[in-house]
Write a protein that binds this ligand. Structure first.
Ligand code: ATP
Ligand code: MG
Length: 473
């Protein structure tokens, strides 16, 4: 704000005119203007300011002008602006006249000394004038809060060993092995059918390990298109590509540095990637695409697959060296039908989480329902159990679920299509959803949980199958 130095003559006069025009513009555009002197006394108000006077308790401008500003404008900060010499460009002022968006600017003389301050009322009734802006701000703020919460929730591990329900010998053995794995740095290989809790256990191992404070980063090898996998794993150097990737991006290995990388559906890894992954696991360093530098990483790997890796090795579709590298600590998760003793405890815990999620009261199971559940084969294991419970709960209001409530939900033991009773008509969307669900379940059962083959059987892409399975959780 100091005096402009050595300006040509005409420039100085242009500046003066500019200041004048700005002043006139603000005076006419704003809702009101007032000037105070260095002593903080009101020395001038413009015409539009006059309409605030009655609400401030003054009938005539003469009563207002000449008084110390804080005496006539409650809550004003004009004195503060004079004292500090710093403007307050946007502020909300509330007093008995209402709430206003105001701006306060110190005024200086030629030598830069503060000689007073200019106050402007930019908007009165900000609640209406600024409504769209305030609403937008509130929306952005709540989106931001939401995103922060989600991020924090993702960083925090979702599951601990306590979330792995089951006290059958098979379940206890799995937990024992997993606890032991958590105490080591070795690669863990989780084997088991779809829905048996591999992902849950991977989270629990991470949470109980020395890396719990680090990130848990998951990559689903079957869900990421093959062409993108390398970039996904190793990252992209800045400038390696044009377009969206121009700035480069960190790969999952980098993101999992000092944490755990979860390789889900590891059996679906393309051969070309297998070799590269093996190198990274051995060297603990990655080379982002389009870069000639390697980055050191410190990553613990937990891999999971529902496929028979040994068979894949025998078929030449999975590298033997990688298989040995991954299966340092293999843990086989039992299928639900192998641990039916846990059925009741599992159902109980799932019903509790369903109730918490839907906000509906928690249901109980009649003995008949338990018997019906125990008779089912559960190709989709605990995920399928969860879905069955959720659907049965949606179909009835009764507090206790009986075998009947599950009759519609669980696919009936195979009966030749021709002999099936037509039964009462039911809503088409429900029938379609059931047909879809049972087709997917039988495809998965037929392929031993191999989703790529199941998707082929069903005539849908594996990404679509993943979407549908993810939608079930
Ligand atoms: N022992 C368990 N106790 C409680 N819930 C479980 C247990 N095992 C699995 N679940 C639940 O079942 C669902 C499926 O588990 P998860 O995703 O871990 O299975 P998965 O083995 O990774 O399956 P997929 O091979 O299809 O990816 C999840 O909702 C999970 O919380
Ligand atoms: Mg999984």
């Amino acid at each position: 704000m100091s005096k402009p130095a050595r300006l040509p003559r005409d420039a100085a006069s242009v500046l003066k005119l500019a200041a004048r025009s700005m002043f006139d513009l603000f005076s006419s555009m704003s809702e009101g203007m007032l000037l105070v002197d260095r002593a903080g006394r009101v020395v001038w108000i413009n015409d539009s300011y006059k309409r605030f006077l009655p609400a401030l308790g003054f009938a005539r401008p003469e009563d207002f002008v000449g008084r110390p500003v804080e005496q006539v404008v409650p809550n004003t900060l004009m004195r503060h602006v004079i004292d500090t010499g710093k403007p307050i460009l946007v502020d909300l002022l509330t007093n008995k006249a209402g709430t206003f968006v105001v701006s306060r600017i110190p005024l200086r003389d030629e030598s830069g000394e503060v000689i007073g301050a200019l106050g402007m009322v930019l908007f009165d009734h900000p609640e209406t004038t600024l409504q769209p802006l305030i609403a937008k701000f509130a929306r952005l703020q709540s989106d931001l809060d939401e995103a922060r919460r989600e991020l924090a929730a993702q960083r925090r591990t979702k599951y601990t060993f306590a979330s792995f329900i089951g006290s059958s010998p098979a379940a206890l053995e799995v937990k024992r092995q997993a606890r032991r794995a958590a105490q080591t740095e070795s690669t863990v290989l989780l084997l088991g059918e779809t829905g048996t809790g591999k992902e849950l256990l991977a989270h629990a191992i991470h949470a109980a390990s020395a890396r719990a404070a680090g990130a848990f980063v998951g990559v689903n090898l079957a869900a990421v298109p093959e062409t993108l996998l390398e970039a996904e794993f190793f990252g992209v150097a800045p400038g390696a590509y044009t377009g969206a990737e121009r700035k480069g991006r960190d790969g999952k290995f980098k993101l999992a540095d000092r944490g755990t990388l979860f390789l889900d559906e590891a059996g679906d890894m393309p051969l070309a990637l297998q070799g590269k992954l093996l190198r990274v696991l051995q060297e603990q360093e990655v080379e982002p695409l389009g870069s000639n530098r390697v980055i050191k990483v410190d990553v613990r790997v937990i891999a999971a697959t529902s496929r028979d890796l040994k068979a894949l090795v025998a078929e030449g579709r999975f590298r033997e060296d990688l298989y040995y590298r991954l299966s340092v600590l293999p843990i086989r998760l039992p299928a639900l039908r192998e641990r039916l003793g846990d059925l009741e405890a599992l159902a109980e815990s799932l019903l509790e989480s369903i109730a918490a999620r839907t906000g509906m009261p928690q249901r109980e199971l009649e003995p008949s329902a338990l018997a019906a559940l125990a008779a089912h084969r559960w190709p989709g294991n605990i995920r399928e159990l969860r879905n069955a419970l959720e659907q049965a709960a949606m179909l009835t209001d009764s507090a206790r679920l009986s075998a009947e409530d599950f009759a519609q939900v669980l696919p009936a033991p195979a009966a030749p299509a021709g002999e099936r009773q037509p039964g009462a008509p039911r809503p088409l969307p429900q029938l379609i959803a059931e047909l879809e669900r049972s087709s997917i379940d039988s495809a998965l059962a037929a392929t031993g949980g191999n989703k790529v083959s199941a998707a082929k059987l069903l005539g849908i892409s594996r990404a679509t199958l993943y979407e549908k399975l993810a939608g079930r959780k």
